[in-house]
Design a protein around this ligand. Structure first.
Ligand code: XMP
Length: 507
């Protein structure tokens, strides 16, 4: 087992970010809620971090860690609520601040601190609190202040107890990463943890848990479900069945690529060609929400048909990753993820438990894990692709001809973008088929064909996005090739809208 920093979670919204910041320093980190002293000791952490949280440490509903953690001879870092919990438990006072702080705040260091080694004396940090520490506990000294928060940081350096009122885990805190690096050093970490160790340990744990039980996984071909499936296959081999539903609305060659990638792994891979079935259901349907619903529901029906043949399974494997957990509120992640990707859990599939091996990871960490597990780069570095697939990139009725047009146009666009080497800078890019037809001229003849829209966006969180300023030669090469090579298209448009007011997808 690698050395581990334990994050005790008091319900703050940035808690997994804390874990991520620790892992970025090549130290393994786990987030736990409500541990008693015995369990904390059993985990043998080399450092403990107390997170932020929505409560007041003096409130009736306050969650507090066992006071004995400060006597374990292990460095402790309290953040926000965690800082206040440390102050309260060790005899300091915490009360409502006269002025609560929210957002970017200037913090000034006071004196020297190992936690702030190399940190600028004045820098911007992210604050989000209504209570604050008024009196520090005995043997503590104040190490940072803001205008409205005289105790923005405190420490008992002899005991390696540190507390910060601000949030170093949030990137708005300019010196945040340095502070985590310093804490990791204070904990004496060797920094030898790698994603490969996470993968190996997860595989071992899954093997112990599942043993000879049977697992079932719905594969969408996306990164998350693929990585989850392969991790399970390493743990239980043929006891895992992956059902890959090809709804016929995937990108060009995508189904074959997924099948080829999975043929290399030890698992039962079941591919269902359900393209016809989906097209039949979508015939005549033009309303976007209806299309989405039909695709989601049909996915479940196909999955159920296969599951029925397989019979009862012990575990249903889901590729839930941490941002899905945040999106859905803790504890409800499975439901949201499947809604998002495959349209809801099949009620009738008989299973004992859901397994979500990627629950703690962020997207780029999932990609890293995928590489460790031997998934090909084409699958691992794949851009996001919506569950309803090309169905929501074809405005209006979905037909076989339109699917083929958008697949071809999209393949050309992606090829040109990757040939120009601009793909690494883009968050998502694709071709969509507008339902608009317009007059053109080809050779000596008049055409009346479809217009393809090209989209490329830059975004961090996919909640807001801006249109990428693609080099003109890339756009014009793609446009030329599309009108020349794709039958039924005589015009190519570039979508320059931001989100909001537009969305990334077209429907
Ligand atoms: P919008 O169009 O809402 O898209 O701006 C934001 C991000 O979400 C993806 N997306 C989906 N992903 N199932 C998914 O798994 C869906 O139904 C779905 N709809 C949109 C979209 O590709 C973009 O990355």
């Amino acid at each position: 087992m690698s050395e581990m920093i334990l994050v005790l979670d008091f319900g703050g919204q940035y808690n997994q970010l804390i874990a991520r910041r620790v892992r970025e320093n090549n130290v393994y980190c786990e987030v736990h809620t409500g541990l008693d002293l015995e369990r904390i000791r059993a985990l043998q952490p080399v450092g403990i971090i107390l997170t932020g949280g929505p409560r007041s440490v003096y409130g009736e509903d306050a969650l507090l860690p066992p006071t004995e953690i400060f006597e374990l001879n292990v460095p402790v870092l309290g953040i926000c609520y965690g800082a206040q919990a440390m102050a309260k438990l060790l005899g300091g006072t915490v009360k409502p601040a006269q002025v609560s702080e929210y957002g970017k705040t200037q913090v000034e260091l006071v004196g020297a601190s190992k936690l702030f080694a190399g940190v600028e004396k004045k820098s911007v940090a992210w604050m989000s609190h209504t209570d604050r520490i008024f009196d520090v506990p005995e043997n503590f000294s104040v190490t940072a202040s803001t205008v409205n928060c005289p105790v923005a940081a405190m420490e008992d350096a002899a005991k390696n107890l540190y507390a910060v009122q601000f949030h170093p885990e949030v990137l708005h805190t300019v010196e945040g990463k340095k502070i985590f690096a310093n804490f990791v050093d204070i904990c004496g970490c060797k920094r030898d943890w790698r994603m490969s160790s996470f993968v190996a340990e997860s595989v071992n744990r899954l093997r112990e848990k599942i043993g000879g039980g049977k697992g079932l996984c719905a594969l969408s071909g996306g990164v998350d479900s693929s990585v989850a499936a392969v991790m399970l296959s390493h743990a239980v081999g043929k006891n895992l069945t992956c059902v890959f539903v090809d709804h016929g609305l995937l990108r060009k060659n995508e189904a074959a690529e997924v099948e080829a990638a999975f043929s290399k792994f030890d698992l039962n891979f079941v591919k269902i060609d359900a393209g016809e079935r989906f097209l039949t259901k979508l015939r005549g349907v033009t309303e976007p929400e209806r299309k989405r619903k039909i695709i989601g529901e049909e996915f479940i029906r196909v999955f159920e048909d296969v599951a029925k043949k397989i019979g009862a399974v012990d575990y249903l494997v889901q590729g839930t990753i941490y941002p899905d957990v945040i999106e859905s509120g803790l504890g409800k992640s499975a439901v949201i993820k499947s809604h998002h990707n495959v349209g809801g859990l099949p009620d009738f599939v008989d299973f004992k438990e859901i397994v979500e091996p990627l629950r703690l990871l962020f997207k780029d960490e999932v990609r890293q894990a995928g590489r460790e597990l031997g998934l090909p780069e084409t699958l691992v570095s794949r851009q996001p692709f919506p569950g309803p697939g090309l169905g929501i990139r074809i405005i209006g009725e979905v037909t076989a001809q339109k699917v083929s047009i958008v697949q071809e146009a999209d393949a050309i666009y992606r090829e040109e973008i990757s040939r120009a080497g601009v793909d690494k800078n883009l968050s998502q890019y694709f071709a969509a088929l507008t339902n608009m037809r317009s007059v053109g001229v080809m050779g000596d003849g008049r055409t009346y064909d479809f217009a393809i829209a090209l989209r490329a966006v830059l975004t961090d969180d996919f909640m807001t996005a801006e249109a990428a300023q693609l080099p003109w030669d890339v756009l014009s090469r793609a446009a030329n090739r599309i009108v020349n090579e794709v039958k039924g298209v005589n015009r190519v448009l570039y979508d320059c809208t931001t989100k909001p007011p537009a969305t990334i997808e077209f429907e």
